[in-house]
Ligand binder design. Structure first.
Ligand code: NAD
Length: 333
């Protein structure tokens, strides 16, 4: 099949090409650096699949342009599918496939990296030592052993994160509408969200972004948290009301914040903006706090994950080309 790849970066090209070669080169790629939008959708090869990443917004307007170009399949090279208007896709006859699981440990391990960096101020120590400042003042940390970690969403990534934190000797609480017996066997105790917020020293978000979870961390949720709590979001930016979190940081209610995702990241992440002025004042404010660590949607970015993403994406497209149905389709509820 012809496959138009939006938001292409060099690593996408390398991993997708390699996976395609391993499969006998059944597909032909058109590489586009542009993000999908109603304007760029017209660049899709007619009759071919399109391959999208997390900040390609497949809204009704973009989808209708794709439909006019007879695009039958969107192959997401991601697990989250909040960026696609699934109802519009169904109406227009465009099937949507994703990569449901590629390396949950990749995201979980990055999350743990953020927890450790913030707990022991490693992000600050790195800079200090390079400047010849070997004083410890301001770097006093907290031991994780024995502390309570709240996991919001115990799917593949949440469970992998819980497993690691159990290894640290943490007490584990979780909230998920579908409790997982495997997590319970690990020692995870499911509690209502309010109890998790009130009891946790570290709160980590691993649920998908849906209308129900948008701004699940808002001012009211923050008010329930323990003073000095550590909040980590490696899932989707809009789970968190950023303005409320900034107020939480200013009041000290939030003691440390780790973000790999941000509500308005589409205008920032995956680009080198080091020669530009950051126009997003909310994001710029976040970067001023010493107790905030931001990575730019990097948690998935391991060799293992990119290999698995590319292989599943190729398999999705091949299955669609051969049998008219991708392996991992998502449909509107
Ligand atoms: P998953 O589908 O395996 O698990 C999601 C879990 O969240 C499920 O157990 C589900 O029941 C639960 N859930 C749903 N609604 C909830 C709610 N209101 N409150 C609490 N839990 C709820 O998904 P996953 O593979 O573990 O991925 C989780 C999320 O991580 C994805 O949706 C995606 O947004 C994000 N993600 C981020 C990166 C990154 O690089 N930062 C990479 C991959 C995935």
């Amino acid at each position: 099949m012809d496959v138009t790849v939006f938001s292409t970066r060099p690593y996408d090209r390398a991993f997708l090409s390699a996976a395609n070669e391993r499969a006998g080169a059944p597909h032909r790629f058109l590489w586009l650096e542009a993000r999908l939008s109603p304007e760029t959708a017209a660049l899709a090869a007619p009759g071919g699949a399109v391959c999208l990443f997390v900040n390609d917004i497949a809204d009704a307007a973009a989808l209708s342009v794709l439909a006019a170009r007879r695009v039958p399949l969107i192959a997401l090279r991601a697990s989250g599918f909040n960026s696609v208007d699934l109802a519009a896709a169904a109406r227009l006859g465009i099937r949507v496939a994703r990569v449901p699981a590629y390396s949950p440990e990749a995201v979980a391990e990055h999350t743990v990296g953020m927890v450790l960096s913030l707990a022991r101020h490693l992000h600050r120590a790195f800079v200090r030592v390079r400047e010849g400042n070997f004083a410890l003042d301001g770097l006093l940390g907290r031991t994780l052993h024995g502390r309570t970690v709240g996991v919001v969403g115990t799917g593949r990534i949440g469970l992998a994160f819980a497993r690691i934190m159990r290894g640290f000797g943490c007490r584990l609480l979780a909230h998920d509408p579908s409790p997982d017996p495997t997590a319970e066997a690990l020692g995870v105790r499911y509690v209502p969200l309010a109890a998790l917020l009130a009891e946790s020293d570290v709160i980590s978000l691993h649920c998908p972004l849906t209308p129900a979870t948008r701004h699940v961390i808002d001012a009211a949720a923050i008010a329930r948290m323990k003073p000095g709590v550590m909040l980590i979001n490696t899932s989707r930016g809009a789970l968190v009301d950023t303005a409320a979190v900034i107020e939480g940081l200013k009041s000290g209610r939030i003691g440390q914040l780790g973000l790999d995702v941000y509500e308005e990241e589409a205008d920032l992440f995956f680009e080198d903006l080091s020669n530009h002025v950051i126009r997003d004042d909310v994001f710029a404010r976040l970067l001023t706090f010493p107790n905030v660590l931001v990575t730019a949607h990097q948690a998935f970015f391991t060799e293992e994950a990119l290999t698995a993403i590319a292989e599943t994406t190729i398999a999705n497209i091949s299955a669609f080309a051969e049998r008219g149905a991708a392996l991992h389709e998502v449909a509107a509820e």
